[in-house]
Design a binder for this molecule. Structure first.
Ligand code: NAP
Length: 296
């Protein structure tokens, strides 16, 4: 099959490209950076260099593909995160229509069933709705859990203050996933035979924040690492002090509120129709410890 994937050599797209190339597919990888071309070709794929903001470029990259993988790249410079995410979805919608692609696997998120109150995930809700308007195109949304790798952002606070924390409590149950497990699910769907519009949860493990901190703390020789629940105001102040813009910090505080109340996970908990990934928190803890050590 000819398969075009967005997301360059990112957390999901690199292992996804590797699986698809290994399985004998003709893979095109979209990157915004021409310096990545060599590394993409080294994987056995072709590179298409351009931006997800450019519908003409996307149309060219999608044309002739039997299936595509769409994702919205993070954009820390945007002044309206939801609008940026939905706008990227509109670009995909236009390019899919113009290119005639008939099969789409789209990266979404747990919580995308909600129309608001979820920070950036509300934008992914918009993208799901947009792609569901495509006539005669099969679309599978992968509603991924919270990435384990987000915990890498806590390493600075652990080093500087000896704590981990956010605006949700130690009793919060987090539904998590490893990007590798998302890549495996995306590959399965791209090569599979789904029809119509549907979503699938992709999760690797769930656990209470207190237990998660115990596992991660133990992996770096800090078994008593405390989890601190900050107020929304403290969380926002911490994020902006660390250099995040107000347009990003605001939505992330809102997402933390949705994690704390549990609404983010309610649809997943109601259906529990996900396929569980193989990478458990204990496996990720080894990666976490290696990154922690490398940042010494
Ligand atoms: N973090 C979570 O907990 C979570 C949970 C659920 C869903 N998600 C979704 O997952 C996404 C991140 O996926 P990921 O980790 O696989 O991505 P990633 O590794 O962070 O980024 C993918 C790549 O996209 C490329 N890119 C950036 N801007 C671009 C542009 N304008 N045009 C074309 N390519 C561009 C970049 O590579 P180049 O420099 O080579 O262009 C970047 O490395 C989030 O944006 C969110 O939608 C995240």
């Amino acid at each position: 099959m000819k398969i075009t994937i967005t997301g360059s050599l990112g957390n999901i797209s690199k292992p996804l490209a590797e699986i698809l190339v290994r399985n004998g597919h003709e893979v095109v990888v979209i990157s915004s950076d021409d310096k990545k071309v060599k590394d993409i070709e080294a994987l056995g794929a072709k590179a298409a260099v351009g931006s997800v903001s450019d519908v003409t470029f996307l149309t060219g990259a999608f044309t002739g593909a039997d299936a595509i993988y769409t994702m919205v790249p993070p954009n820390w410079a945007t002044t309206n995160y939801r609008q940026y995410i939905a706008g990227t979805g509109e670009n995909y919608l236009a390019a899919i229509k113009a290119s005639g692609v008939k099969r789409v696997v789209n990266l979404s998120s747990i919580g995308a069933h909600l129309n608001g109150g979820t920070g950036p995930i509300a934008g992914l809700h918009d993208v799901e709705l947009l792609l569901n308007t495509l006539d005669g195109v099969d679309v599978k949304h992968l509603r991924a859990g919270i990435f384990y790798i987000n915990f890498f952002f806590d390493i600075g606070t652990i080093r500087n203050s000896g704590i981990m924390g956010n605006n949700y409590s130690s009793q919060t149950k987090l539904v998590m996933v490893h990007p590798r497990d998302i890549a495996a699910a995306a590959a399965e769907e791209l090569q599979g035979s789904f029809e119509g519009k549907s979503h699938r949860y992709v999760v690797s493990e769930e656990g209470e924040m207190a237990d998660i901190v115990k596992v991660l703390g133990t992996s770096i020789g800090k078994p008593d690492l405390p989890w601190v629940q900050f107020s929304d105001e403290e969380t926002y102040a911490g994020m902006t002090a660390a250099g995040m813009s107000a347009a990003i910090a605001g939505p992330y505080v809102e997402m933390g509120q949705a994690i704390n109340s549990g609404v983010l996970f309610e649809d997943f908990n109601r259906h529990r129709n996900g396929v569980w990934g193989r990478t458990k928190l204990a496996d990720f803890a080894t990666e976490f410890a290696a990154v922690y050590k490398s940042q010494q």
